[in-house]
Design a protein around this ligand. Structure first.
Ligand code: UDP
Length: 351
């Protein structure tokens, strides 16, 4: 199939492009390069620089190159920025996202996979988190992702848009070709490795959480596992696939949020992607010390606002519906892949 990947020059998008190409699909990338890197794209992949929220750009692109399905990875995704500038998040993730859906609808594109997030759950009442947990985001980033998921459900019912929202937990690691470079960098594993390189000071945000070692536990997921799930999710949106048909339930355990109306013309699924286990900040640090072969200097700091003690996915639904399970579950292996990429790209991407 021919797939349009928005944000295909970013971290998750670029590794997903690699997976789609490896699976034999024809890929077209749309990215405004505000965060992404031209060098992250393999040779031979068609690229258009522009925004998914610009109907003229998307309309022209689809007129020139019709696509079968869309992988919508592009979005604003910094939690702290979303709190200080919610207007940006609503304008781009929600208004821009719906403008994008409208152009897809006009062009007759009825298959979409969406990069969603565990942030839609907010602070969960219990863990591991299932897809039918209450959605109660605690920041505009999570709220805008939840809002877009809601649009997908109503578009399924009214217009027959088949979709899968993939709720990522903590994406980490690297493929051989692509890795994580954000500016500013807020995520734990790149920050730990930058400290190992002597490039930045590392602070552990809080050691008084109600967890076995006092530090927060998160569900780290290898980006290559994540990318594989995107390919499977896109396949599940095929015309005629019962998993995203509107007349029955999706295979396996269902989440009530999948359905808006009994006569939905298509289904909008929501599926967690996680490792199925969690690692504490101290365990990540210790794994990184094993990988780099030396102690990593760090300070102990205050808790970071808005960090729940434990966020771990129940990833059973991904297995039931997509036949997907994380394969790289060892935190040392995940960190080692990130370290290898950094060693090979000490200055990040050239462009
Ligand atoms: N964390 C930390 N120091 C850092 C960055 C993160 O102690 O420099 C902690 C953070 O408080 C959280 C965990 O590491 O408990 C994962 O944070 P990250 O920002 O990577 O992902 P999040 O779970 O917030 O999406």
């Amino acid at each position: 199939m021919r797939v349009l990947v928005t944000g295909g020059a970013g971290y998750v998008g670029s590794v997903s492009v690699e997976a789609l190409v490896a699976a034999g699909h024809d890929v077209l990338v749309l990215d405004d390069l505000s965060k992404g890197h031209r060098d992250a794209l393999p040779g031979g992949v068609r690229f258009v620089q522009g925004s998914y929220g610009d109907p003229a750009v998307v309309g022209q692109l689809l007129a020139n190159t019709p696509v079968d399905a869309v992988l919508h990875c592009a979005a604003r995704s910094l939690v702290a920025e979303s709190v200080s500038n919610p207007a940006l998040y609503y304008r781009e993730n929600v208004a821009g996202g719906v403008a994008f859906l409208e152009v897809l609808r006009e062009a007759g594109v009825r298959r979409l996979v969406f990069s969603s997030t565990a942030a839609v759950y907010g602070t969960p009442a219990s863990v591991p988190i299932r897809e039918d947990a209450v959605l109660a985001p605690i920041n505009p980033y999570g709220e805008t992702k939840r809002t877009f998921e809601g649009a997908l459900r109503w578009y399924a019912a009214a217009y027959g848009l088949r979709s899968v929202s993939l709720r990522y937990f903590n994406v980490a690691g690297a493929s051989g070709r692509n890795g994580e470079v954000h500016a500013p960098e807020t995520h734990l594993i790149p920050n730990v490795l930058a400290a190992a390189e002597g490039r930045a000071a590392l602070t552990v945000f809080g050691i008084d959480y109600p967890t076995p070692d006092g530090t927060c536990i998160r569900d780290y997921l290898h980006v290559e596992d994540l990318a594989r799930a995107h390919v499977l999710a896109l396949e599940a949106t095929s015309p005629g696939d019962p998993r995203t048909a509107g007349d029955g339930g999706p295979v396996g355990r269902t989440a009530p949020s999948d359905r808006t109306a009994a006569d939905s013309r298509a289904a909008a699924l929501a599926i967690n992607l996680g490792n199925g286990g969690g690692f504490s900040v101290r365990e990540v640090l210790s794994a990184a010390e094993t990988v780099v072969g030396r102690p990593i200097p760090h300070a102990i700091g205050e808790r970071r606002a808005g960090d729940p003690p434990v966020l771990v996915a129940d990833a059973g639904r991904a297995d039931e519906i997509l036949g997907w399970r994380a394969q790289h579950r060892d935190i040392v292996e995940i960190v080692a892949s990130a370290w290898a990429w950094r060693q090979a790209h000490p200055d990040g991407y050239r462009a």
